[in-house]
Design a protein around this ligand. Structure first.
Ligand code: DAH
Length: 383
């Protein structure tokens, strides 16, 4: 191996190859055939080692290099000395070569160990320096968000119904036409489907759609559980509406269903009035207007006195004094037929509220899209 062949810098390669050269030759080749000459060769090696240690310093990569070069099993300098100096040494020189070899090994091992400790201590010091806190520095402020206005409204609505014995269930947003329509007494070609146009998904397991309302959970719940049932169903619903200030392709609803023996229209009305007063304040009055839904009979639109003018008439209620809140009614007995409930023994009521609508109304919003644009300047106004 010639100096500089590997492109090492001159100072380094000189030392490197000098050591390599002498340890790749036998002592005889080096002309060391007296004990003094042997000791001298060992002293030479030791000097190279000490120089290299001094040059490399204590960082971890230097440690690795030092170990490989001097103590590496296959071609480290010590192995070479064992192979080239000790093994072929003539009988009379063997003891002195052995002694010198042991001394050299002990020296190298001691220095390597010392360097390892130094390196470790340095690393510890560096870590300690890194971990030191300066308590006088300003801290990192992590901003905590707020519950979204829709979430807050959900929680408020659900809280009111929990307080009178309803429980919460949730259901799939991808539904079958059966649960979304048929079992709710909305057969194919029924005109009630027209204003519930949605997104259809063709799949291996038959046609699916994004539910247009939370009402399918009425069916899914009654299918699974015997009466009595008292549930509210919060969730997202989808319709193929053209987006404008008050419409989007997705909005939120809470469905309600109460079925038991002897539930009357009075229970229905009382529940609705209780809800309206809890939600809008004790002064709010309720009115039921006749309406139509295939899954309720009779059906009603629930109105409340305008929360802005209190019922005297203003721009918000278009001077009628009333605001439309949600649709509701007594469960149509035809629905019980789909879930094997006995219509002779059972009765109940149901309702479905647009949560976004109620939030807009209560908080005086005129635009629906602000709820979904995630602009913190808007969201922060509802801490
Ligand atoms: N599902 C209806 C809709 O989305 C709302 C509704 C009306 C739900 C009356 C009901 C109900 O449970 O009784 O338009």
């Amino acid at each position: 191996m010639g100096a500089g062949r590997r492109g090492l810098e001159p100072a380094l390669s000189a030392v490197f190859f000098m050591t390599t050269d002498i340890t790749t030759q036998t002592l005889a080749q080096l002309g060391a055939n007296t004990p003094e000459a042997v000791a001298q060769q060992f002293a030479e090696v030791r000097r190279h080692f000490d120089e290299e240690v001094a040059r490399r310093g204590a960082d971890p990569s230097a440690q690795t290099a030092l170990l490989a070069r001097w103590m590496g099993r296959k071609s480290g300098a010590l192995t070479q000395i064992g192979d080239n100096w000790l093994k072929p040494a003539p009988q009379d020189l063997k003891p002195i070569v052995g002694q010198e070899f042991q001394k050299l090994k002990a020296h190298i091992a001691a220095v390597v160990e010392e360097k390892r400790k130094e390196g470790e201590a340095a690393a510890e010091n560096r870590a300690a320096a890194r971990d030191t806190f300066d308590l006088s520095l300003p801290g990192v402020q992590r901003e905590i968000g707020t519950r979204h206005l829709i979430r807050q409204t959900f929680d408020e609505l659900i809280g009111i119904f929990l307080s009178i014995g309803f429980r919460v269930v949730e259901g799939p947003e991808i539904e079958t036409p059966y649960y979304n329509f048929e079992a709710l007494n909305i057969p194919e070609h029924h005109p009630a489907r027209d204003n519930m146009d949605t997104f259809y998904i063709a799949g291996a397991r038959g046609e699916r759609l994004l539910r247009t309302h939370t009402s399918p959970m009425q069916i899914r719940t009654m299918e699974k559980e015997p009466p009595p049932v008292r549930i509210v169903v919060p969730g997202k619903v989808y319709r193929r509406d053209n987006p404008d200030a008050t419409h989007g392709y997705m909005f939120h609803q809470i469905e309600g269903l109460a079925v038991d023996r002897d539930i009357t229209f009075c229970d229905f009305r009382g529940t609705v009035e209780y809800f309206v007063r809890e939600f809008l304040g004790p002064k709010a009055k309720t009115r039921l207007r006749p309406s139509y839904f295939p899954f309720t009979e009779p059906s009603a639109e629930v109105d409340a006195t305008c929360h802005v003018c209190g019922g005297t008439g203003c721009r918000v209620c278009k001077f009628s004094g009333w605001i439309e809140l949600f649709g509701a009614g007594m469960v149509n007995p035809a629905v019980y037929g789909f879930v094997k409930y006995d219509p002779e023994k059972l009765s109940g009521f149901a309702f479905g509220m647009g949560v976004d609508r109620l939030a807009m109304m209560k908080y005086g919003l005129t635009e629906l899209p602000v709820l979904f644009q995630n602009d913190v300047r808007f969201l922060r106004q509802f801490p």
